[in-house]
Design a protein around this ligand. Structure first.
Ligand SMILES: [Zn+2]
Length: 455
């Protein structure tokens, strides 16, 4: 009998423990009792201009119950913001403003403390707590910025220079903004705190304005407008009637040589593909290479006028807007981004200035294509080469022969397509072939600026 009566009691006790254990395991693993503390996104050090609020964010996977931000100067503490939530929130954003009262005006260093508690039942229902601290450095001083010298004018499609001084203990970014969205980046010049940059006005943009912008880590901004004289220039519009000979010859050849997967397209579609899609890809490749601006400080930048092809006759000019027709109907359009020069077939082409070969390969409509970097974001480009005399990575000296002219890519006769680029923008090659322009726009500006800097 005893045995019979005891067995169920032992079993029941065992079952009760099992159930309690099961409930504990369940609770331990359930989100109600999760043990992950809230995440506080806060930099260890923040420079603050006291104007824009400090933005910070706290997140928690179960939800936040309480978040508080406190600012202290070592003596006094001021609560900047508190949030207590009846319904837990997974994310809390704070935009913290400096308190109007509470601290002395001359305090520059503070400590910001963020405390956050989540809605977990862990810790005897108290929840998980996080705390993060940040050192706040008050910086309300704008960067010092002044233009030391600049070229007098900029022509549509052309280039101008600027030399300026920019100084701040916490400088974050320095650039020249333009009315067309492009930013130009300066190179350190001559002495600490001085910079030089070239700026370019794209030939298809109607107006030009540029402003040097200096921003420190606290967000203080200084700006200096560049007062160039703006010189308009008209570029040519031309209409070209497409001939079957050209479509079935050159265009069909380019397709079969570098885009054979498009061979099934019709003859006009092939032309559209070459003139639009292929061109876009080729120009993107050029943009990528020519956008690089050296950051090593320079004290001099001197270029001789470019003269890439001896006795080269101009056969097409820079900036031409070309409209293509077939059977008197518009088919496609494009801009010509260089100067075409022709001499005898397979003439040697020279680089007139020292540099580094940064590109030497087949590039669609540009055919065999060489790009040389001359420093300060200035690049010269040579298209349609029949053969290369240099390779990528080579250093070239002024006067070196780098390739031979030809008709690779979208070229009908043997010629050189000569292009100049400044920080990725195609610019008028004529300026870079003009000794007077180089002197007035770059060399003299630099020499006068150095006199001022050295004073
Ligand atoms: Zn050309």
């Amino acid at each position: 009998m005893r045995r019979k009566g005891n067995a169920p009691i032992g079993l029941i006790i065992g079952l009760i423990f099992l159930v309690i254990f099961g409930v504990l395991v369940y609770l331990y693993n359930s989100s109600l009792f999760e043990r992950e503390a809230p995440q506080i996104a806060l930099d260890k050090e923040i420079e603050w201009n006291l104007k824009e609020p400090i933005h910070m964010q706290v997140t928690d996977n179960t939800g936040l119950r309480f978040v508080r931000a406190t600012l202290s100067d070592g003596e006094k503490s001021v609560v900047l913001d508190t949030k207590e939530m009846k319904n837990p929130e997974k994310m809390v954003d704070f935009n913290l403003s400096f308190p109007k009262t509470g601290f002395g005006a001359n305090k520059k260093i503070f400590e910001l403390t963020i405390e956050a508690v989540d809605a977990s039942k862990w810790n005897f229902f108290a929840g998980n707590e996080s705390r993060a601290k940040s050192v706040i450095k008050v910086d309300t001083k704008r960067p010092e910025l002044s233009v030391i010298g600049s070229s007098y004018k900029i022509m549509k499609g052309g280039v101008a220079s600027v030399i300026f001084r920019a100084q701040d203990d916490n400088m974050k970014s320095l650039y020249i903004e333009t009315n067309f969205g492009k930013k130009f980046y300066p190179t350190p010049f001559h002495k600490e705190g001085y910079y030089i940059s070239l700026v370019a006005w794209p030939s298809h943009i109607d107006n030009f304005s540029a402003t040097v912008v200096a921003i420190d880590r606290a967000g203080n901004i200084s700006k200096a407008h560049l007062p160039y004289f703006i010189q308009d220039k008209k570029y040519k519009n031309s209409t070209i009637a497409l001939e079957d000979k050209f479509l079935d010859g050159k265009i069909a050849d380019i397709i079969s040589e570098v885009a054979s997967e498009r061979s099934s397209l019709g003859r006009l579609e092939k032309f559209k593909y070459v003139n639009e899609d292929m061109r876009k890809g080729n120009e993107a490749a050029i943009l990528k290479v020519t956008s690089v601006v050296p950051t090593k400080p320079i004290s001099d930048f001197y270029l001789k006028p470019f003269y890439p092809l001896r006795n080269g006759k101009v056969v097409a000019s820079f900036g031409d807007h070309r409209f293509y027709e077939y059977d008197k109907k518009p088919v496609s359009e494009s801009y010509h981004l260089g100067l075409d020069l022709a001499s005898n077939a397979q003439s040697g082409m020279q680089t007139s200035n020292d540099g580094t070969v940064v590109f030497a390969k087949e590039n669609g409509i540009y055919g065999n294509n060489i790009i040389v970097s001359h420093g300060l974001g200035v690049y010269s480009l040579y298209g349609h080469c029949s053969s290369y005399l240099v390779k990528e990575g080579d250093t070239v000296k002024a006067g070196d022969f780098i390739a031979k002219t030809g008709l690779t890519g979208l070229a009908l006769g043997d010629h050189l397509h000569f292009g100049m680029y400044v920080q990725g923008v195609d610019v008028r090659p004529e300026e870079w072939m003009d000794e007077k322009w180089l002197k007035e726009s770059i060399t003299s500006v630099m020499e006068s600026a150095k006199k001022i800097i050295d004073r």
